[in-house]
Design a protein around this ligand. Sequence first.
Ligand SMILES: Cc1cc2nc3c(=O)[nH]c(=O)nc-3n(C[C@H](O)[C@H](O)[C@H](O)COP(=O)(O)O)c2cc1C
Length: 316
Amino acid sequence: MKIGNIIIKGKASLAPMAGITDRAFREICSLFGASYFTSEMISAKGLIYKSSKTYSLINHSEKEKPFAVQLFGNCPEDFFKGIGLLEKYMDKIDLIDINMGCPAKKIIKENSGSALMKNPKLCGEIVKAAKGISPVPVTVKIRAGWDEKHKNAAEIAQICELNGADAITVHGRTKEQGYSGTSDLEIIKKVKENVKIPVIGNGDVTSFETAEKMIAFTKCDMIAVGRGAMGNPWIFKEINEGRKITPAISEKVRIMKMHIQKLCEYKGEEVGIKESRKHIAQYIKNIHKASEFRKKAFLTKSKEELIDLCTTLQKI
Ligand SMILES: Cc1cc2nc3c(=O)[nH]c(=O)nc-3n(C[C@H](O)[C@H](O)[C@H](O)COP(=O)(O)O)c2cc1C
C-alpha cells in the first residue's frame, strides 16, 4: 500500500508506544518484518523550545523504514513551527504522524492527544497547519472517541481527510476505556467506510488470527501492532506468513541479548540495563520459572551479568 508517495510493504506496522518502541525495539521488530515505524510521541512545543531530549527521539537507523515522527500538541501554530524546524532531518523522515489518541492525564490536561477529539474543528486546523509546511505525508492517529456516548472517530477521520491527511490510524477504544475492555472493530470499519485515504486498524492484535479478523471485518488497509509485539517481535513474521510462530527458547535468548545490547549501546549501560528489565519480563512471560528469573534480572548490575543470566535460560 501507499501513504502519499511512501510505499509500505507488508500488512503489519509497529504502533508507537512511548517508553517501549525506541530505536532498539524498532530495530528488533524490523528483523521480523514490521512494515513501518513511528517514533515515540514528541512534543511539538518541545521542538520549538529546542529540547535536546525531544530531538533525541527522532534518532533512528536505516533499518526502521519507512519512519514516521509522531507529534503531540494542542495548537496548529506549534505543529507548523515544529515541523518547520525538522527541515534538516527531513531527508530521513518519511512521514509525520499527529497524535490525537493519547489518554494520559498530563497530555489530556493540556488538551492534547485524545482531548483533541472533543474539538473536531481544531483537529482539522492542526492537520491543515501540518500539511501546510510538511514536505512528507501527514497521518493522524485517533481513538474511537472520547467515551461510549461520543464515538466520533468517523467524523474526525473525515475532517482530517478534508484537511489533507494522507492516512488515519484508529485504535478502537475510547479515551475513557484507556487500555481496558476491547478494541471495537465496528468503529474501525465505520472509519474505513467514511474516508478514501488508507486506514490502519489498531487494537488488540496479538496473533495472525486477530490480524486477519481485523482486516477481514473492517477492510482496513493495514494494521498496527502495539502491546502484542512486546516480548514478541516474531508477531510480524507470524502475520506476514499467516501462520503461528512459536520461537524456541534459544531464539528468545538470542533476541533478548540483542535487545539488551542495543539498549545499552543507544542509551548507555545504566539506563540500558534498567530499560531492558521491562522487556525481559515480556520475553519470558510464559516460560517456566519466569518470576524467579525476573527477580534475578532485577539484581544484575552490568550488561555482561544480565547477558550471562539470559544464557542460563537455555539451561532451565
Ligand atoms: C506503554 C504504551 C505507550 C504508548 N504510547 C503511545 C504513543 O506514544 N503514541 C501513540 O499514538 N500511541 C501510544 N500508545 C498506544 C498504542 O500505539 C496503541 O494504540 C494501543 O496500545 C492499542 O494497540 P495494541 O492493543 O496493539 O497495544 C501507547 C500504548 C502503550 C501501552
